[in-house]
Design a protein around this ligand. Structure first.
Ligand code: ADP
Ligand code: MG
Length: 345
C-alpha cells in the first residue's frame, strides 16, 4: 500500500492537491501543526501503517472529522469551479482559433482565385497578339507576300514553330485556370477512336521520327464509340504522347493502343506506352501535381510547364474515370485509362 490514491482507496481528501497547505491557509491548523502531522504520518508509514494526512491530523487531535470533511468539500468545490473556468477559457480559445483558421482559409482561397484569374487574364491577353503573329507567319509561309529566298523561308518556318509552341503553352494555361476555378465543362458525345488515333499518328509521326523513335498505333477497326469530350480526350492523348516522346531515348518506341475491356465489356482501355527513362515508384504520385517536373535535364531540353499531367488527371476524373501509371526506371512507362462505350454498341 502507498499514499498514492488507487482506484480502490480513492477518498475525497486524495482529490485535493496540497491539502495540508490549504488547511493552513484556511486558518484551520497552524503551520506548526501541519509539520507535526506530516512527521506523524511519516512515522506511521515507517511502521507499516500508511495513513492519509487528514487521518494523521485527526489522530493528533488538531481537527475533528466534520471540520476536515467540510474543508475537503470546500476545496473540491473550488477546484471544480476553477476547472469549469479553465474549460470555458479553452472553449473560447478553440472558437477563436477556428475563426482565425477560417479567415486564413478564406484569404488563401481568395488568393488562389486571384492567381487563377490572373493566369486566365494574362493568357487571354497573350492569345490575341499571338493570333496576329501566327496569321501573318502563315501568310508569309504560304508565299502570299511573294516568293522568299531559302534563308527567309527558314526564318519564317522557325518563327512559326515557336509561335505554335507558345500557343499550346497558352492553351494549357487557360485550361488550367479554368479547371482551378471549377469552370472546366465537358461536352460529352460519342467519340470515334479510330479517327482520333489516325489524327494522332499524323500529328506525332514527324516529331517521333525527329527524335529517332517509332510510333505504333493499335486500334481494333471495329472498336465501338466511347462517351467522352472529344476535344479534351484528344488533348489528353496528345499530352501523353508528347511526354512519351519527350522522356524517351533514341531508338525507342511509343505506342498508342485502344482495346475493349474484356472483363466489363462496356469500356475501352486507352494505353500510351513508351520505352523511355521511366519514373520511380515514389515519384509516380508527384507527377500529377501541377508544375512538378522530375527530370530537370530532359524538361529543359524539351520544355514544358509541368502542367500537362495535372490537367490530364482533372480531365480524366471529370469523365468519371481513373488514370493508371505503370513504370520502371530505364525501361519505360505506360499510362492508361478506361472510357465508357456508348450504350447499344
Ligand atoms: N512518359 C514519361 N516518362 C518519364 N517521365 C515522365 C513521363 N511523363 C511524365 N513524366 C514526368 O512527369 C513530369 C510531369 O509531366 P507533365 O505534367 O506532362 O509536365 P511536362 O511535360 O511539362 O514536364 C515530367 O516533367 C516528367 O518528369
Ligand atoms: Mg507533359
Amino acid at each position: 500500500m502507498t499514499n498514492q490514491p488507487t482506484r480502490k482507496n480513492i477518498i475525497p481528501e486524495s482529490l485535493v492537491p496540497r491539502l495540508g497547505e490549504q488547511l493552513v491557509e484556511m486558518g484551520l491548523i497552524t503551520a506548526e501543526q501541519l509539520s507535526q502531522s506530516l512527521g506523524y504520518q511519516h512515522q506511521c508509514g515507517e511502521r507499516g501503517r500508511q495513513i492519509p494526512l487528514g487521518q494523521a491530523i485527526m489522530e493528533l487531535g488538531f481537527l475533528d472529522r466534520p471540520t476536515l470533511d467540510q474543508a475537503v468539500a470546500e476545496q473540491i468545490l473550488r477546484l471544480r469551479s476553477a476547472l469549469e473556468d479553465a474549460n470555458h477559457n479553452l472553449e473560447l480559445r478553440v472558437q477563436q482559433r477556428t475563426l482565425e483558421l477560417e479567415e486564413a482559409l478564406r484569404r488563401l482561397s481568395d488568393s488562389n482565385k486571384l492567381k487563377s484569374n490572373f493566369i486566365a487574364n494574362i493568357s487571354h491577353e497573350l492569345r490575341t497578339p499571338l493570333t496576329h503573329i501566327r496569321g501573318y507567319l502563315d501568310l508569309l509561309n504560304a508565299g502570299t507576300f511573294g516568293e522568299m529566298n531559302p534563308d527567309q523561308k527558314k526564318a519564317v518556318s522557325l518563327s512559326l514553330q515557336g509561335s505554335l509552341r507558345l500557343q499550346s503553352l497558352i492553351d494549357d494555361l487557360i485550361l488550367f485556370s479554368q479547371s482551378q476555378r471549377g469552370q472546366m465543362t465537358l461536352s460529352i458525345g460519342p467519340v470515334d477512336l479510330n479517327k482520333l488515333a489516325r489524327n494522332m499518328q499524323i500529328r506525332y509521326k514527324k516529331r517521333a521520327a525527329e527524335n529517332q523513335l517509332t510510333i505504333d498505333i493499335k486500334v481494333d477497326p471495329n472498336i465501338p464509340t466511347v462517351q467522352a469530350d472529344e476535344e479534351k480526350i484528344s488533348w489528353v492523348i496528345a499530352q501523353l504522347l508528347s511526354n512519351a516522346i519527350k522522356f524517351n531515348k533514341p531508338g525507342g518506341k511509343i505506342s498508342l493502343m485502344m482495346m475493349r475491356d474484356r472483363a466489363t465489356n462496356n469500356m475501352v482501355n486507352v494505353y500510351v506506352a513508351d520505352t523511355g527513362i521511366g519514373i520511380s515508384q515514389d515519384q509516380i504520385k508527384e507527377i500529377f501535381e501541377p508544375f512538378v517536373q522530375i527530370d530537370g535535364s530532359s524538361t529543359r531540353r524539351y520544355g514544358g510547364t509541368g502542367l500537362g499531367l495535372a490537367l490530364v488527371l482533372q480531365i480524366i476524373e471529370a469523365h468519371g474515370s481513373i488514370i493508371n501509371v505503370k513504370s520502371e526506371v530505364d525501361k519505360g512507362t505506360t499510362v492508361s485509362f478506361p472510357l465508357l462505350i456508348t450504350k447499344g454498341e
